[in-house]
Design a protein around this ligand. Structure first.
Ligand code: C2E
Ligand code: MG
Ligand code: MG
Ligand code: MG
Length: 292
């Protein structure tokens, strides 16, 4: 059909497909090599209590610098890892590294209450997942209650029966389950009741404009109320300014995460900040009171 539209569109069509196929191949090859050479890294971003302004934990976010392409965002390579079956190895590396880092911080006397790790769809439905998580926790000396797993609605909705079973096992082990990017999927709200979830992360796209758009504000406030009525805690994602902080606190939102508090930091940067005595919360609290 592309051919009928003339030679130019046909060429455009194929070259676009080729470009995508080539990028896919380059990323797949690059990820295999990066796994062998241990070239992935984790960045850490604090999740802050909106009442105390203290960090209650942090989210681990995978980072990768490709030798030619430079820094590739996870939004680009995670889907490729899912497609080509590398997500199992990558996801396992992320879990192992996050637990190793958490236990290293604790040995240094640094308090990090809880670490959140993102789990993608294929990784979640791997029948080995629960056993592997238990092994990783056991060998790193991390308690299940120290770990939070972030899943999207899309992942859970793929197989409601199956995912309920897996979540129940994880929850019974003591792990916290968080629903990530809430609002971007198409889940009926009834799912919130059905799944054993403790935390709702409201997607940044709803949080962005709460200070500018009454509809967005009403939506986020409504989500917070609904979540609380169901016994869930709420994190607002992508919080970038003080207006948002004040509004969210007014809605009774429990926690916030975003550039206003801190960008994702390397393990070393995070260690430095946490060792500076006052830590993140005091810095931000001062900034808040200064009104900047
Ligand atoms: P996510 O889990 O919703 O993570 C939050 C994303 O928002 C991160 O992007 C973070 O850097 C970004 N962010 C945080 N605060 C702000 C802010 O104030 N403003 C803006 N504009 N962005 C903010 P990142 O690191 O690029 O990750 C993107 C997505 O890739 C994640 O979304 C998650 O779905 C996925 N991902 C990241 N690391 C992993 C991982 O280790 N495993 C899996 N399976 N997925 C991961
Ligand atoms: Mg997440
Ligand atoms: Mg998210
Ligand atoms: Mg996201």
């Amino acid at each position: 059909r592309a051919k009928e539209r003339g030679r130019n569109s046909y060429q455009f069509f194929t070259s676009d497909m080729n470009a995508r196929a080539l990028e896919h191949m380059a990323l797949e090859h690059g990820m295999r090599r990066a796994l062998e050479r241990d070239e992935f890294r984790l960045a850490y971003q604090p999740i802050v209590d909106l009442e105390t302004r203290e960090p209650v934990g942090m989210e681990a976010l995978v980072r990768w610098t490709h030798p030619q392409l430079g820094e590739v965002p996870p939004g680009r390579f995670i889907p490729v890892a899912e497609d080509c079956g590398l997500i199992g190895r990558l996801g396992e590396w992320v879990l192992t590294e996050a637990c190793r880092q958490l236990s290293a911080w604790r040995r240094e006397g640094i308090t990090v209450q809880r670490l959140a790790v993102n789990i993608s769809s294929r990784q979640f439905y791997d029948p080995q997942l629960v056993d592997r998580i238990q092994d990783i926790l056991a060998s790193s000396g991390i308690a299940p209650t120290d770990l939070s797993l972030e899943l999207t609605e899309r992942t859970l909705i793929d197989d409601v029966e199956g995912s309920t079973g897996i979540l129940t096992r994880l929850h019974e082990l003591g792990l916290e389950i968080a629903l990530d990017d809430f609002g971007t999927g198409y889940s009926a709200l009834g799912f919130l009741k059905r799944f054993p979830i403790q935390l709702l992360k409201v997607d940044a796209s709803f949080v962005n404009d709460i200070a500018l758009d009454d509809d967005d504000a009403a939506l986020v406030e409504g989500i917070v109320t609904l979540a609380h009525n169901l016994g869930l805690k709420v994190v607002a994602e992508g919080v970038e300014n003080l207006d948002q902080v004040h509004l969210l606190a007014g809605y009774g939102c429990d926690y916030a995460q975003g550039y206003f508090f801190a960008r994702p930091l390397s393990a070393q940067q995070m260690t430095d900040v946490l060792l500076q005595g006052q830590g993140l919360s005091a810095r931000k609290f001062n900034r808040d009171r200064a009104g900047t």
